[in-house]
Design a binder for this molecule. Sequence first.
Ligand SMILES: OC[C@H]1O[C@](O)(CO)[C@@H](O)[C@@H]1O
Length: 628
Amino acid sequence: MSTAESASLASSVSEKNISVNDTTLNVISTYHEVSSSKSSTSESSVSSIVPSSTELSDHPEIAEQGTKQKHKKHHKKHRAHDQEENNDQVTISTENESIEENGKNKLFGLLKKHSLVSLLCLLVAFGGFVFGWDTGTISGFVQMSNFKERFGELNSLTNEYEFSNTRVGLIISIFNIGCAIGGVTLAKLGDTYGRKIGLMSVMVVYIVGIVLQISSFHWIQYMVGRIVSGLAVGAVSVLSPMFIAETSPSEIRGVLVSCYQLMITLGILLGYVTTFGTVHSFTDTRQWRIPLGLCFAWAIFMIVGMLFLPESARFLVEHNRIPEAKVSLARINNCDVEDDIVVNDFKEIETSIIEQRKAGEASWKELFSNDGESQILTRVIIGVALQSFQQLTGNNYFFYYGTSIFKSIGLEDSFVTSIILGMVNFLSTFIALYSVGKIGRRDNLIFGAAAMALCLLVFASIGSTVLYPKGYDQAVDQQVGGAMVWCTCMFIMVFAITWAPGVFVVVSETYPLRVRSKGMALATAANWIWGFLIAFFTPAIVSRLRFSYGYIFFGATFAAMIFVLLMVPETENLTLEKIDELYTHYKPFQAHLTRTEFDDYNKLQQRLKENPPKPKQQIGYYYKQADF
Ligand SMILES: OC[C@H]1O[C@](O)(CO)[C@@H](O)[C@@H]1O
């Protein structure tokens, strides 16, 4: 496996990886890894789709002309060509790839072949479950009578306990701040002591956070507890995907790293189910203490599980622990230390580390300049904007406040509706696993944003016009409420398939090695910060705007679509090096042309290489032919 890029895998799912150290943010995109391994072969197959030898267009000037004319046509065909190119690879594929291309059972075949390592990776991916569990449970807690009694304020008019907007906003959102800090600080444990010890230690921090929460008598203590467990979860969301990326065989790396996101959605779903169970079974503190108590089980499961895992070979090589690295590779691949697989994997890791050290690390100043051809500032803006838009779609408005939203829609049991939402999210993530790398990056984001914007528009419009036919203090129209649940489910489905993984794919492959760690850190920080802002301000905004709030997310999602249309070039099927080159052809506000022209340019270069221009007279002859 290419750990140079392997290393670059994880963040597609880690969503919130913030770390500015080399090993951590060297972890980039699963999806890119998968596609880039393809592209290296597809580049060599370009010639097979380019007409050969004495064509008029072999001459540069004529070729350029022809290229321009074919431009539009080519653009449309572009994806079909990519497809063809990918198909070409089958003929030169290794045994592994042929399993992959073998239709029906390819994924299961690969998972079976690598069953041991897949299991180990699933265990690490469980870190995502812990993250999702928090989202799924806190959303229900704030609706629980006992939780409100203990941490809310008494309303003297109604004589009921409730939360002020600020308090509930803070309790929910402060977790994001913990995550942001933990991602930058605690995650470094993984670089110093190894991924295993790193993960085990942050789980201990997590336990401390849970103890603080479960023993709380005051909302401030509860909030502090959330910051502490947030610190741990932030670090987990850096370490888990990175560990998986470094450990998994390249042919199933995409799927295994994506399991981290799958685990997040499973955590959200089971969190909803559990709070539904406890809220209906108890009236005392067990309502929220049982779901919190289960966190101990998750933490112990992770800690004990880690004992059975081999340490990341990449980490070991980086720390010059070569024999151990080889043993780790042998364990993962279920073979002998002398085996070719181990030898090759080891070499790749070594090469990637050398490359990374050679590239060095850019200064922060370098990130804010477009000097030279590489458009670094533009790329930083793209990364930060995409990560911000990912939160601004409003997905966490539904995940965090779903139970409250559905309650105000008038549903009898808003906890049940949340479960439906969690289920849609979880199941749709399987589609995302399947479709990752099969749809172009731009198409995926543009289509996703358009569809989500539509759902949000309908949601906001009916919620603000026909939901309350007799006024806000009167009963809601149940049918309209039902329609809003539908809109929400459609929204979640599209989000889970497109923007949830899609943004991480694009961002992870957007930066050159030198600026990768800092670029990713900035983009991921934007995601956490917007997550915090949305979670914090939602209660206050909702109490004023009610469902018109949806228009804000509609506007942001629509803007996201326009942004991708104009600014984000297609990076599918390109190696990281080619992506770098692509940006030298970048056209702001005409991003759709960037890739087409880049491909045309590459094909022209390829032709010229294969058919160098003829001697002068002969070219003259061809000119004549052309004129004639
Ligand atoms: O599944 C939805 C969840 O996934 C995330 O996007 C993280 O990948 C969270 O922000 C959200 O709560």
